[in-house]
Every structure is written in structure tokens, then in C-alpha cells.
Design a protein around this ligand. Structure first.
Ligand SMILES: [Zn+2]
Length: 1023
């Protein structure tokens, strides 16, 4: 997909919430940005301000340089309204803005969530529906979103273009502070009674509404349901006992009037926190925000403070239910249990740092005590959802448990948890473990990626929302030093904390969730009862109004909208020239090495690529599993725990992945291999390479129990990914018969792979699998067909290369291949028309159609790319999402040479396939404007010109052989596309029978695919 659709999420608790700033997790690091000589000027300018200075209606409260993060924080307060403001000056052109409000509902009607939706239905200055979605096509934004958490609602965006920043700022501010909030918008987004068929007053009256349906869908996820129960029951006395997203049965109690009142009292400057970040001048932001918003308000007392939770005298236990999971590998193992502890308040920043640190020690990775006692014991499939530290509520919490266990094992898990705490209190943590976590903090501060500004506000918002000082929260080194001192003063310091927070804590809750056969039926009956009660109360007059409102809403939705009020960038604002990246190619002992000098801030990034050229076909399906386990089994004299420990202590992790790319100039040729990737502080580079040396030369491939643990985790991840990424699986299915590389992607990452992994997970004995993995290793773990890349600072590059040289000398095999790519031409591949239905017990479908098209360097490729975007935004979105009721849809021109259509969480199937066809007719008719084409170009360029972190520079060339010259040519092709060329390519590639076409979908039983004439092949293997 070229651009992910805006997803408005309701965040509850964050899984793996080691989110307190500075403690990285493998699943999501806090990001950093580029640095350059300009850094000084951006920072010194704001450092001239002093507390007490007045500026554009604001008073400066603090100016604090934080050298370890290369930034200066400025905290301000708005004089007239009391609005709080945090500016982070940093030499990063990916500027961020966000406004957040403390939204603390006292019921489960979902009022903050429905409000978040309704504010995006048009505002005073921009009276059009869904301005965020529309701005996607008029902007070069690098991020746009809005979300409702348990106690705040936040509206952030980022962009690298200064004009775009002001455009988006204006749209965001107007949406948040001056939304129209019309009753029809509330009915559309929140809830309404409406006839099932809104044109027919004799059809039954049912509940409708975007949030109503969204929450019904969300609560079908057992993990989400578990998270909601967890929070509601652990903090029962105030706002956290309610569901801020909305309980489907409570949503219909919300009135339009209540929604407007909630907006007036909560979306008010006196209850707001503004944030800006980057290299744009702070003064201009203050001036605009003061002028556009703050001058129009007076101060109020929002009274949104959340009191601390009253502590319990004794532990509690709750038992809740969910629907059985039809996809579960073992139906007997569907119980989840977690033990939860309420900790200190998150506004105590050092204590929060400490608790998230201890949580990392306890649960993170194979050397952690809970990993050893719970995961390695093979009782369940994985940790329970929300395991770890959680700092997203005013009082923090810690959760530990297992999912996918047998009911009979509940007591055993409880015992193991108690026992593990006892052992930790007794023996403490190894000093190497503590060093490893400190090392990860250091690495995360230095590692620079592209979303640093957004990372900061996401990690600050929860504690700032409760009036913690956001600046202190950023001072990671202060906390680290205090921590080291405490440990020096008292070596048993951590053990005492564990005793205090876990052993002696009576605010403790056991939560058990088990499936119940009639859970779904009961939920439906409860909704039906609520509905009949409400319908019974309707007078004849009310009923007439229900019908009329339904008609009015339908009419409103079909209206052509006037978007002229929305600001837009122009295509001429985009630079015609690509920003080029310099790198050198060299050869070390027969291995080609790419060196790219970047301001990497003391970290060296290594990538390797080992070709699968010699691998026999029957071993191909094992490659993803091989990549997933080979760095996690142990190597040389190291057990898997010891290897993981060395990784955390000396590196940013060692990773291996499947590599499949189409050759940029031929749809029938491709490269297949595995990638290696790792990074380390410059000083640790020798240790990093020595770990790779052990893995290449002496991997431990004998521990079948360990393999079985890893297989189960990976199979359950894959099964879970089906519902979230069903469209990606459908697209892979619809492409697999069209190009050789797409066929391999299906085999190694599509439904074929899911079925394959399910089969392996069901095997009791891992012996045969281990044998296959050993064969894969013998083909891939050598330097015979290898190339490498190093991204490092100019000062360190030559040292890095000599370390690489020593490493390569240790590898088996004879290098001597000097090809830039290991391109393989598929012989005998003939594209064919296939139709595949992957039958799965979902309530919705994921549809896709693929059409064989052209490779990256073909002159039609950029035109097809623009066409795909145009069709997505101007046709498919309306037909499949707005009219069809699917969550998402689109088209894309992929680098696998296939033009693809898709839909996401789609109630339809045959209609959607027809819409795909109609979009082609629409494209050929040319019934769109120059503005429409320009919007498609802007949208493509915002992806093409997105920020690239120093660690990732020149990776496009390394991985796919696409040079800057080719990218410049592509760029010119994108600019050149016009209506005639769009019509031409639509005719040449997309009309029926022009090229080979295939279709695939994921979804439940379907009469369409059962019709023999359709030629569908039905697969039930993955169920
Ligand atoms: Zn929502």
C-alpha cells in the first residue's frame, strides 16, 4: 500500500507499555532524527529566552536544554486562558504539532470518542466532512491522526514543509475548537435508530452509527475486551471504571446536547495542552494559535482532574467471558489469566522510570525471570495482553500473566507468578541484566529515526495530562544517574522495590477470562432487548422522524461537497529534483560492500544479504521460520538466554528476514535471499560481529523444546495477523499467479505460509522441522553469495570496515561473487488467471484483484502509480467505504509488477469486485479534474519524499538495486502524468482481457465462490 488510510484508534492500554520515555522495547523504539551543523542555530535561538519573558500572549516558564537528546524544551503558559504549551526546539525538519485535551468521561456512552469523530465532520472555516482525510491529498504530511485514550483526546500531525505546517495547523485548530457538531453529524458518527433499509419505512428499525459499529467490532477482539475489563476493574472508583471508547449498550444513552456540553467544557483552551516540535520558529506558532483560537476564549475551571484511586485492603479476583476463538490451534487452551498491581502515580517521574525499568527486568526477553518461569514452561501461547508496566492511567499498573492456557493450569500460573517474585526478592537481578537495560536506554537516545517528535509527545502525554512537568520527563540522564546512585547506596534497592510493589501490595487483582459458548448470542440478545425497549417508546411522530432523519442523512452523504475552503499545497511546491544520497562501493575479500557515511551519532548499522540462489525449492517455505528462530536458539557456548543477554548488552538486536524483490527492469526476474541487520554503539562493534560469527559458524540447532516454543509463538502471531492484515494476504493471493516474485511472496508470506506454519505448529515432534532448518542453514550461513552495507559516521567508517573484514574472514565458504544483485530469471513461468477463496470464520471479507503490469523502470509505472492513487481517493473510497460500508479500500501499483485492488473489513464481496471494474470504466471516461490529478500527485510525493533516517539511507539501492538516477526518472514520470496518459494506461493494462487478471479473498462461506461457473478454488486449510 502506498499510503495507509487514516485509522482513528481508541487506545486503551498499550500492550508492552514500557513506554515511559527512554526505555525502549524491541517492538517500538522511541525515535530520533537527523542532526547537522544547523543544530546550534535552532537551539541557541530559543535558549535566549528566560522564564518570565512575555511572547505573543504567552509567558515563558522554563527553558531547559537537554543535551542527551539534542534539544531544548520551552514551557509556556497562555496568559488569558491558562492554556499550557510545550515547544521542543530541535534541528529536525519533520515538524510536529499536537493539541490534546483531558477528557475524563463519567459514563460509558463513549462521549469523548464520539466527539473525536464528530469534530472531524466540518468546522466553521472548513465546513466539509472528514477534512483530515481530504487533507491527505492536499498536503505533504508525514503523519495525520487523532485518537481517544482513557483520559485524553489528542490531535497530532507532522510535515516537513513549512507552508503545509500552517495549512494543517489551521485545519486542526478549527476542527478542535470550532466544530459544527450538527445533529446529523452526531447521528452519523455516534448512534441512531434507523430503518434497516433507510428508503423503506416498513423495514425493521435498528441501531446504526460509526462509533456504535466500531466498538461492537473492537469488543470482538478478546485482547481488547481483556484490556477493558482489566482497567475498569483495577481502578473502579472514577473515570477509569468506564470505557472511553463506548460500550455498545450505553452508547444509545448519549444525547446530542450532552455531546455539545462535553465539547464546551473539555475542548477548551483552559483544558488544553499544545505541543510543537522541530526547526520551525516557535514564535510563529504561538502567534497563529493565539490569533486563531486563544483570543476568542476566556479562562474557565474545567474541573477534569482525576483523583488517585482508593487503595484496596485486600486482593480481588474477577472472572470474565469472551467468545470462543474458532481459529484457536487447541480449543482446550483458550483461557487467559493475569495478575495486576496498582503502582504509584505517573506524575512521580522518577518512580515511573524506576517501575518501567523493573518491569523490563522482570518480563523483557528470554533472560527475564518471568520469561523463564512462564514462557519457557510451555504452559500457554504467550504473555497475556498488556503484560508489563502501564503508565497510561493516573495510577500506573503492572500486569503479568499468560494467554492460551488450559483452565486446569490457572492455579499453577498463579503459583509460578508468586514464586518468581519470591525468587527475585531473594536473589535480585544479575548486574549484567541491569547493564543491558541501561545499554538499551543509551542506544535508544542515540538511535535516530524519523518520528522523534511524535514519539516525544506520545510518551509525555499521559503524565503531562495529569499536570506532571513534561520537561522533567525528558531528562532521562537525570533519572539514570539517580538510579545508579540508589543502587550504589543500597545494592538491595531493586529487591526492596519488588517487595514493596508486588509482595506487600494489597491493591492486587487476578483477572481470568474464559470462552463461553453462547457469549455471542447473549451479547446479541442484550442489544436486541435494548433496541426493542427504545423502539417501544417511540410515538408515531417519533417514528416518522426516524424515517425522515434516515432520508436526510442519506441525502447529505450523497451531496457533492465543496472543498474549495480547504487549503492546499500545489504540485509546483514540490522540488523537481530528488535529494541524492552519496555512498561508495568497495570489495572486501570478494564480498561487495556498500558504505554510506551519515551523522549516525555514535552508532554503526550493519546489513548483509545472503542469496538463496542455491537453496532447493522444497526448502523455500522453511525460510521465514529459519529467519525467525536462527538468532534466538543460542550459538557457540551460549544458551539462547545468554545469546539474548549478549545482544541486549552489546547491540540493538540481531535480526534476519526474508528478502524477495522483483528486478527493477524485468517482471520475470527477481532476487531471493535473507537479510541480516544489526546495529551497535561504535565501541561495541567487535562484540556485535563476534555474535554473528558464532551464529554463522556454530548455531545451536538441537534444542527441540526451544524450537517448539518459538514455532507456537510465531504461528499464533500469524493467525492473529489475519484479521488485522487480511487485505495484505488477499493482495498476495491475488498476485501470486501473475509474476514469479509474487508467487514466492505468497509461498513465504501469504496464506500458503500461514497454512504451512499451522501444520508445523500442530506437529508434536520438532525433529523433522529442525532437520530442514539445518539444511537451510547450510545453504545460507556462508559468504558465497553475499553482499554487505555499513552506515556509519565519517570518523568511524574505516574502523567499521576493518571490523567487517575480520568478521568476513571468519565466515565459511569462498566469496568471489561480484554481482551487484543476485538476479534469477524465472524459467517457464506463465502468468495465469486464478480465483482463490481462503475461507475463514470472519464476519467480513477482504477482497482483492491483481493485474499483471510493469516493472519499476518501465515508463508506464509512475503513471500507473498516480492512477492507482486517483482511483483510490476519488472513486473506490466513495463506492466501497462510504456506500459499501467497508472500513477501507484502494488500489496500488506494486514493485512486484502487479496492479492491485483491495478492500478491508468489507461486508460485501461481489459488489466490491464490480466496483473494482467500475473504477476502471471511470478512469477511462476521464471524468476528473486537474485538481484531482494534482491531489493524487501530492499524495504520492508525500510518501516518496518522506523522511529517511541516517540508518536507512541508501538502503533502496542496497536492497533492490534502484539507483538515484532511476528514482529521478521515476520522479519525472510522476510529474509528467496527465489526464491523457492516465486514460492510456488504464486502457492498456486495466481493461478486461488486456492483461492477465487474478482474484482472491479472505472471508466466510460465500455463495459467489460456491457457484461452479465462477471457477473459484476454495481453501479451508487455514481454519
Ligand atoms: Zn473511532
Amino acid at each position: 500500500m502506498l499510503r495507509a488510510p487514516i485509522v482513528r484508534g481508541t487506545q486503551l492500554l498499550s500492550k508492552w507499555s514500557l513506554r515511559s520515555f527512554g526505555v525502549p522495547t524491541r517492538r517500538g523504539q522511541i525515535h530520533a532524527c537527523r542532526l547537522s551543523s544547523q543544530a546550534a542555530s535552532v537551539l541557541t535561538k530559543v535558549e535566549d529566552y528566560k522564564p518570565g519573558d512575555h511572547l505573543n500572549g504567552f509567558t515563558i516558564e522554563q527553558v531547559v536544554p537537554i543535551p542527551e537528546l539534542y534539544l531544548t524544551a520551552v514551557k509556556l503558559n497562555h496568559d488569558r486562558t491558562g492554556a499550557q504549551y510545550l515547544h521542543i526546539a530541535r534541528d529536525d525538519s519533520n515538524n510536529v504539532f499536537s493539541v490534546g485535551f483531558r477528557t475524563t468521561p463519567m459514563d460509558s456512552t463513549g462521549v469523548p470518542h464520539i466527539l473525536e469523530h464528530t469534530t472531524l465532520c466540518g468546522s466553521q472555516k472548513y465546513p466539509c466532512r472528514d477534512p483530515f482525510f481530504k487533507m491527505l491529498n492536499r498536503s505533504l504530511s508525514t503523519f495525520m491522526n487523532a485518537w481517544t485514550a482513557s483520559d485524553y483526546t489528542m490531535y497530532p500531525f507532522s510535515t516537513m514543509n513549512p507552508q503545509d505546517f500552517e495549512n494543517l495547523l489551521s485545519v486542526y485548530l478549527d476542527a478542535a475548537f470550532f466544530p459544527r457538531l450538527r445533529e446529523l453529524d452526531f447521528r452519523q458518527e455516534g448512534w441512531r435508530l434507523e430503518h434497516e433499509n433507510n428508503q423503506d419505512c416498513n423495514s425493521p428499525i435498528i441501531f446504526k452509527g460509526v462509533v456504535f459499529n466500531e466498538m461492537k467490532g473492537a469488543l470482538t477482539s478478546p485482547e481488547q475486551l481483556f484490556g477493558i475489563h482489566l482497567q475498569n476493574k483495577l481502578m473502579p472508583s472514577n473515570t477509569y471504571s468506564h470505557n472511553s471508547g463506548g460500550e455498545p449498550l450505553n452508547i444509545p444513552d448519549l444525547t446530542w446536547q450532552q455531546l455539545r456540553e462535553f465539547h464546551a467544557t473539555h475542548y477548551h483552551p483552559s483544558n488544553a495542552r499544545f505541543y510543537s516540535y522541530g526547526n520551525l520558529p516557535m514564535e510563529r506558532n504561538l502567534e497563529l494559535i493565539d490569533k486563531l483560537v486563544l483570543q476568542k476564549f476566556d479562562k474557565i475551571e474545567p474541573k477534569t482532574e482525576v483523583p488517585n484511586e482508593t487503595r484496596w485492603d485486600e486482593p480481588r479476583e474477577f472472572h470474565v467471558h469472551c467468545a470462543p476463538d474458532p481459529m484457536a490451534a487447541d480449543p482446550e487452551k483458550q483461557t487467559t489469566i493475569s495478575v495486576n498491581y496498582l503502582l504509584g502515580t505517573i506524575t512521580d517521574q522518577y518512580e515511573s522510570f524506576l517501575m518501567s525499568f523493573i518491569s523490563s527486568l522482570l518480563v523483557h526477553g528470554p533472560p527475564a525471570p518471568f520469561y523463564k518461569s512462564l514462557i519457557t514452561a510451555n504452559i500457554g501461547s504467550d504473555y497475556s495482553a498488556y503484560t508489563g508496566y502501564n503508565g497510561s492511567t493516573k495510577d500506573a499498573s503492572f500486569s503479568i500473566g499468560l494467554q492460551g492456557i488450559k483452565k486446569e493450569d490457572l492455579d499453577k500460573v498463579k503459583q509460578l507468578i508468586e514464586q518468581t517474585f519470591d525468587e527475585v526478592i531473594q536473589t535480585g537481578f544479575e548486574s549484567e541484566r541491569i547493564e543491558a537495560i541501561l545499554h538499551m536506554i543509551e542506544l535508544s537516545q542515540k538511535h535516530q529515526t524519523t518520528m522523534f517528535g511524535l514519539g516525544i509527545i506520545s510518551s509525555l502525554m499521559s503524565s503531562w495530562n495529569h499536570d506532571a512537568d513534561p520537561v522533567t520527563c525528558l531528562q532521562v540522564n537525570k533519572h539514570v544517574n539517580q538510579f545508579k546512585q540508589s543502587l550504589k547506596d543500597n545494592p538491595k534497592f531493586l529487591q526492596e522495590k519488588v517487595r514493596q510493589y508486588f509482595k506487600e501490595n494489597s491493591h492486587k487483582m487476578v483477572l481470568v477470562m474464559t470462552p463461553k459458548e453462547d457469549f455471542k448470542k447473549q451479547t446479541e440478545e442484550a442489544e436486541q432487548q435494548k433496541l426493542s425497549e427504545m423502539v417501544a417508546r417511540l410515538s408515531t411522530q417519533d417514528k416518522e422522524k426516524v424515517f425522515q432523519t434516515g432520508l436526510a442523512l442519506a441525502e447529505e452523504q450523497n451531496k457533492e461537497e465543496d472543498l474549495s475552503s480547504l487549503p492546499t499545497l500545489r504540485v509546483s511546491d514540490i522540488s523537481p529534483q530528488l535529494v541524492r544520497t552519496h555512498f561508495d562501493l568497495t570489495n572486501i575479500g570478494g564480498v561487495q560492500v556498500q558504505c554510506c557515511q551519515q551523522p549516525t551519532n555514535g552508532i554503526t548499522y550493519f546489513r548483509g544479504l545472503s542469496s538463496m540462489k542455491t537453496l532447493p525449492d522444497e526448502l523455500l517455505p522453511y525460510v521465514p521460520l529459519f529467519c525467525g528462530v536462527i538468532t534466538r536458539l543460542g550459538a557457540g557456548d551460549m544458551s539462547f538466554q545468554e545469546l539474548a543477554q549478549r545482544e541486549e548488552l552489546k547491540t540493538g538486536g540481531l535480526g534476519m528476514g526474508t528478502h524477495l524483490v522483483q528486478y527493477h527492469s524485468d517482471v520475470m526476474s527477481y532476487e531471493q535471499g535473507v537479510t541480516l541487520s544489526s546495529s551497535s554503539l561504535d565501541r561495541n562493534l567487535p562484540e556485535m560481529f563476534s555474535l554473528w560469527t558464532e551464529i554463522f559458524n556454530r548455531p545451536t540447532m538441537s534444542d527441540n523444546d526451544r524450537l517448539s516454543t518459538l514455532v507456537r509463538m510465531s504461528a499464533s502471531d500469524l493467525a492473529m495477523s489475519l484479521a488485522n492484515s487480511g487485505h495484505a494476504y488477499a493482495m498476495k493471493g491475488a498476485s501470486s499467479s501473475l509474476t514469479p516474485v509474487a508467487r514466492l511472496k505468497q509461498l513465504m508470506g501469504g496464506m500458503t505460509q500461514v497454512t504451512f506454519m499451522k501444520g508445523i505448529a500442530e506437529c508434536e515432534d520438532m525433529m523433522e522441522t529442525m532437520t530442514k532448518l539445518k539444511q537451510v542453514a547450510s545453504h545460507l550461513l556462508n559468504k558465497e553469495n553475499m553482499r554487505c552495507a555499513i552506515n556509519s559516521s565519517p570518523e568511524f567508517m574505516s574502523s567499521a570496515l576493518s571490523e567487517l573484514e575480520s568478521f568476513l574472514e571468519t565466515l565459511p565458504g569462498q566469496a568471489g561473487n561480484n554481482e551487484a544483485m543476485f538476479v534469477k530469471q524465472a524459467c517457464g513461468f506463465v502468468p495465469s488467471q486464478e480465483r482463490n477463496h481462503y475461507e475463514l470464520p470472519f464476519p467480513v471479507n477482504y477482497m482483492s484483484r491483481g493485474i499483471q503490469a510493469v516493472p519499476y523502470t518501465h515508463p508506464d509505472f509512475p503513471t500507473l502509480r498516480i492512477l492507482a492513487r486517483l482511483m483510490s481517493a476519488k472513486f473506490l473510497h466513495r463506492e466501497i467505504r462510504e456506500k459499501g460500508g467497508a472500513y477501507g479500500s484502494g488500489a496500488s501499483m506494486g514493485t512486484d509488477g502487479v496492479f492491485k485492488f483491495y478492500s478491508y473489513r468489507d461486508p460485501n464481496s461481489i459488489n466490491t469486485l464490480e466496483s473494482f471494474s467500475h473504477s476502471v470504466e471511470w478512469a477511462i471516461k476521464g471524468d476528473y479534474t486537474q485538481q484531482d490529478i494534482d491531489e493524487a500527485k501530492l499524495s504520492i510525493f508525500s510518501a516518496v519524499d518522506g523522511p529517511v533516517a541516517p540508518s536507512d539511507k541508501a538502503m533502496t539501492f542496497f536492497l533492490s538495486g534502484i539507483s538515484d538516477d532511476m528514482r529521478q526518472q521515476q520522479r519525472e514520470g510522476l510529474f509528467a502524468a496527465n489526464k491523457q496518459s492516465l486514460i492510456d494506461v488504464a486502457q492498456r493494462y486495466l481493461t478486461p482481457n488486456a492483461q492477465v487478471t487474478a482474484e482472491a479473498f479472505l472471508g466466510p462461506e460465500n455463495t459467489m465462490s460456491q457457484d461452479k461457473a465462477g471457477g473459484w478454488k476454495i481453501h479451508k486449510e487455514a481454519m
